[in-house]
Design a protein around this ligand. Structure first.
Ligand SMILES: [Fe+2]
Length: 148
């Protein structure tokens, strides 16, 4: 019986360590991302070439219906960004009202920097697209959507 108790204690301790490791890993990744500077277009009507290549372009249908899935297509950017192994878009993310709504990891030399997520909204919402360039960092664009 004593050995059984010790085994149970060991299992509990092992689980606790694993859970703590997972718990500690997630915040450190988020902390690293939250410390990154997020670039946006300084003057959206007059973008520099770098901004044209990095600011995500968000496309949605003209009319949206409450609760009905619709496509959100994110392209990087107005001038298509390179996707070669030396210079590429690592990932594209979508947030709806600051909640994660999609993330796509891209492969240089294979994917184009363009992804589509299907989402639903229950009312007016703010879409935020982010992309990470391996050389030029984190960029974002926002777009308001309304129902009807
Ligand atoms: Fe870049």
């Amino acid at each position: 019986m004593g050995a059984d108790v010790k085994r149970r204690e060991f299992l509990l301790t092992g689980s606790t360590v694993l859970a703590a490791g997972l718990f500690m890993g997630v915040p450190s990744v988020r902390a690293a991302e939250s410390e990154m500077h997020v670039f946006t277009a300084k003057d959206p009507a007059n973008k520099s070439l770098s901004e044209q290549k990095h600011v995500p372009v968000i496309e949605v249908p003209e009319r949206l219906t409450k609760g009905v899935p619709f496509p959100v297509t994110i392209t990087v950017g107005e001038v298509i960004h390179p996707m070669v192994k030396e210079h590429y878009i690592d990932y594209v993310e979508l947030f709806v009202d600051d909640k994660p709504a999609g993330r796509a990891t891209l492969t240089p030399g294979q994917n184009a920097p363009k992804v589509t997520f299907f989402i639903t909204v229950e009312g007016p919402a703010t879409l935020r697209a982010r992309e990470f360039c391996n050389l030029h960092g984190l960029w974002e664009e926002t777009r308001q959507v309304t129902i009807g």
